[in-house]
Write a protein that binds this ligand. Structure first.
Ligand SMILES: [Zn+2]
Length: 72
């Protein structure tokens, strides 16, 4: 599998849309590819942050914007 496909599957996984086969393919690729493993970690951190931002609606507007601009 190409790295491009792997990163595509990683973003698809965040929406829980992977098939069984895709999950296996992704696992295999991540086991072999350091770059994608690193990308996976970043994706997880970003997903976590986004969830937190959504939960913390009381967060001051300027701080929310600061966090969101960091994610771009
Ligand atoms: Zn890769």
């Amino acid at each position: 599998m190409h790295c491009k496909k792997a990163t595509f599957l990683l973003s698809k996984r965040e929406e829980n849309k992977l098939t069984w086969l895709e999950q296996v393919q992704l696992r295999t690729h991540l086991g072999l590819c350091g770059a994608c493993k690193h990308f996976e970690k970043q994706t997880m951190i970003i997903t976590c942050l986004v969830k937190e931002i959504r939960q913390k609606e009381t967060l001051p507007e300027n701080i929310k914007q600061q966090i969101q601009s960091q994610l771009r």
